[in-house]
Design a protein around this ligand. Sequence first.
Ligand code: DAK
Length: 256
Amino acid sequence: MENSESILLEIKDKIAFITINAPKRLNALNKHLIQKMSNLLCELSTRTDVRVLIITGSGNKAFVAGADIKEFSSFSKKQGEELSQTGHDLLFNKIATYPKPVIAAINGFALGGGLELAMACHIRIASDNAKLGQPEVSLGLIPGYGGTQRLTQLIGKGKAFEMILTGQVITAQEALHLKLINYVVSQEALITKSISLAKNMLANSPNAIKKAIKAVNATYGNIGLQNEVELFGQCFGTSDFKEGVQAFLEKRKPNF
Ligand code: DAK
């Protein structure tokens, strides 16, 4: 196991296991982790001993509980917009357009940026304790890492509106029913199931797989994502945003 600070990497039988390791804040993503993941993805893209990636969170409670709320609580509108764009380029779009299959093994909470990370992956498998949601509106924000687009693409407009506007968190079974995830398994079986799917892909042509990913992605344009960046940035600096993040930090309900 190579330890690159808070991102753990293990490579076995041409599968790279990437573990987001920040258990004290339920693996919430900060700038540092996003940069580390991004660097790792660049490195793995050219390694011939890696053909499929599996991303998971450390521990048994959370995949990723979102972006690090403490970190972005003081962001201005300009910083919000810039970081949304940078995050797309560094991590979320990089995964979505990655030339090798990326599987999200969702081992618990996948909220906000955490669900967006899972949705950027090509395939999602969740353990039966997983909880998924886009609760950003409760913080005075909108999903800023592709959630408004990728959730809509995966589950359709009506249900995406319901999840985003209510901020409601759903169970793995409900997510399966909505086709937000591909499979639900027990916690013990999560990695085994992910490996079994990865092995089915390993038997196939890497070149054809790379082209298939590109072809499927070609259906979706970037205009929506660009809109999301701008609208997301506009939320920063508002009194709702201040109240939303303050309420989270003070462990109380927001009063909008
Ligand atoms: N950020 C920072 N810390 C977090 C966190 C988060 N997202 N989620 C949990 N933690 C921390 C908690 O503050 C707590 O820390 P201590 O109080 O112990 O110091 C610790 O993790 C354990 O959490 P809880 O005590 O709350 O555990 P519970 O089991 O009671 O609750 C929970 C688990 C997942 C329901 C709860 O922690 C929760 O509601 N967490 C927040 C979930 C959330 O709202 N996630 C969405 C975040 S918004 C951006 C682009 C995109 C975004 C932001 C910026 N830019 C481009 C700038 C995306 C935004 C989001 O993802």
